[in-house]
Design a protein. Structure first.
Length: 321
């Protein structure tokens, strides 16, 4: 269903946080520009704001000139927080104030790439679904359990809009164009972008296990899904085998054939890689990370972690810093 098109251009304002994703930035602005070009009318306008009101630095090193600082921002139809690396320390007082001010003025609030982290810190995503780049899923779930984390490429049905970044931002913008000005215009914009793989909000971010490993075995796929769902309380592989209706020996053969390792080794690797992300992305203590990844003993966790990565959990965090 198409919404009634506005009489004046819709104003999109992007709050560019230091080290923002330039890919998500381009995928947000270019569909709007192309929509104006294809329609032969000013359907959209946009503005950029940063902390200092002069430039915004992207994670690829490029600088974007802006016209506003965060204290001046907030007056638009849509206001999006766009961030990237280092989002955990990005929620400055002036940035949060701009977002809250925009909400009071009636703007529809959104976030791109890792920006949902900022909105969650502002308390705007409590009891709502939200999308964020998959790299931040583990720390986001730990820090904001009151938010319904979605693995979809974007979430647009609620009061707050979120997209997981990259080309998912283009999917979101095409969705918004379609809602306001019709599907035909959105298709024309996608054609101009030579973008023939447009996804709807139900699309999942990461490629499937089958795509990553060329696996077509349903039992193995289900076993790995169960492992991922129980990282904090791991179950013996034999129990998982029974749940999916095969013997423990069959599961050993499947993991050996397709993944060249045992189910136990694969399971431990999953848990350790999640632990690494939590150490790097959150302020959780080593003990908290150990328990969150199914290790009952912090000492055993530290030893296992060192064997896997060649560094202790504490040194891993220091190394990143």
């Amino acid at each position: 269903m198409t919404e009634t098109a506005p009489l004046s251009p819709q104003h999109f304002q992007f709050l560019l946080v230091e080290n923002f994703s330039h890919l998500a930035f381009s995928c947000a602005v270019e569909p709007l520009r192309i929509a104006n070009h294809v329609a032969g009318a000013d359907l959209y306008c946009w503005s950029f704001a940063s902390q200092d009101g002069v430039f915004a630095l992207a994670s690829n090193g490029s600088e974007t000139r802006v016209s506003l600082n965060f204290k001046q921002a907030g007056d638009a139809d849509y206001v999006f927080a766009l961030s990237g690396l280092g989002v955990q320390s990005a929620a400055t007082t002036s940035l949060l104030a701009a977002i809250r001010r925009a909400r009071v003025h009636g703007a529809r609030i959104g976030a791109l790439c890792s920006g949902a982290y900022i909105l969650a810190e502002a308390g705007l995503l409590d009891q709502q679904r939200a999308a964020i780049h998959w790299h931040y899923h583990d720390c986001f779930m730990e820090e904001f359990p009151e938010v319904g984390l979605s693995r979809a490429v974007f979430v647009a049905e609620g009061p707050v809009i979120t997209a997981s970044g990259g080309t998912a931002t283009a999917d979101l913008m095409l969705h918004l164009i379609s809602k306001c000005h019709g599907e035909d215009l959105a298709i024309e914009v996608a054609d101009q972008m030579v973008y023939n793989a447009v996804r709807d909000a139900d699309a999942v971010q990461r490629v499937s296990l089958q795509s990553r490993h060329g696996i077509r075995n349903e039992h193995l796929t289900r076993a790995i899904q169960l492992m991922n769902e129980s990282i904090d309380a791991p179950r013996p592989p034999s129990v998982i085998a029974r749940e999916i209706g095969i013997s423990g020996r069959q599961m050993e053969r499947l993991f050996g054939r397709y993944l060249s390792c045992s189910p136990k080794k694969y399971y431990v690797d999953l848990r350790l890689h999640k632990a690494q992300r939590l150490l790097v992305q959150t302020d959780m203590s080593v003990t908290e990370v150990a328990f969150a990844t199914g290790f009952n003993s912090p000492t055993h966790f530290s030893k296992t972690y060192r064997v896997q990565f060649g560094v202790s959990p504490r040194d891993q965090r220091t190394k990143i810093e």
